[in-house]
Design a protein around this ligand. Structure first.
Ligand code: DC
Length: 227
């Protein structure tokens, strides 16, 4: 029997950092579903597909062969045999992911893959629709959020550290716009599953959030009596 932990929440809430830490603490596999939508975004980009043209997006879907591999403990994404793990982190790939993840056929393809991965292994999976659509029966669901201001400030500091010259107000605006897009799209909008535990990380450190979720997971695993 496998055990699944679903972590959903808005952009910049710290999902991937937390999910990685929790998966390491429990010895589970971490699945970053945003990376899959980003790889698909690259695929459409490389083909020069107009993201407003749903028919063109749908027609090109069968040509995309996506696979995930764990290499030296971290997730790598392969698109038609090529490792695109580095390329998917660009702003462009993120934007393409955001624009094309709203299409049902694209989502169906990703959801089927994600469910297959979680069927036979213990996973921590993060995204926007994991608790609501991908793993509705997951024994532990977390909705991880933080205020727009705190998320913007974290991103601002990250970019400063990378030697960039970010403008806090612009980042705040971008985050609010992305929230709006993710929460109000027709297909699988971001929302808290009714049975998800709400964790607001605005005033918490990464360690505190990771420990809170790991403790919750251990308690649920003990309740279930197996894993
Ligand atoms: O988490 P991220 O920023 O890497 O995700 C990139 C985009 O993919 C994001 O704008 C929303 C979309 N996404 C989604 O629709 N469903 C998921 N389960 C994960 C990501």
């Amino acid at each position: 029997m496998s055990f699944q932990i679903a972590i959903d929440g808005p952009a910049g809430a710290g999902k991937s950092t937390i999910a990685r830490r929790v998966s390491e603490a429990l010895g589970f596999i971490y699945v970053d579903t945003g990376a899959m939508y980003r790889a698909m975004g690259l695929y459409f980009l490389d083909l020069g597909i107009d993201t407003e043209d749903e028919n063109a997006v749908n027609a090109s879907l069968p040509g995309a062969r996506l696979s995930l591999q764990i290499i030296e403990g971290s997730q790598h994404v392969f698109l038609n045999g090529k490792d695109v793990t580095g390329r998917i982190r660009s702003e462009e790939a993120g934007m393409m992911a955001s624009k094309t993840s709203r299409y049902a056929a694209n989502r169906e393809k990703m959801v089927a893959m994600q469910q297959e991965i979680a069927r036979s292994q213990n996973v921590v999976m993060d995204g926007r629709d994991i608790g609501t659509v991908v793993l509705p029966d997951a024994p532990l669901k977390i909705y991880l959020t933080a205020s727009v201001q705190v998320r913007a400030l974290r991103r601002y500091r990250e970019l400063l550290q990378k030697g960039q010259t970010p403008v806090l107000e612009e980042i705040e605006k971008d985050i609010a716009a992305r929230d709006d897009q993710d929460m109000h799209r027709k297909n699988s909008p971001l929302r808290k599953a009714e049975d998800a535990v709400l964790v607001d990380s605005s005033d918490m450190t990464i360690e505190e959030v990771a420990d809170t979720i790991t403790d919750l997971a251990r308690a649920r695993i003990a309740e279930k009596g197996s894993c």
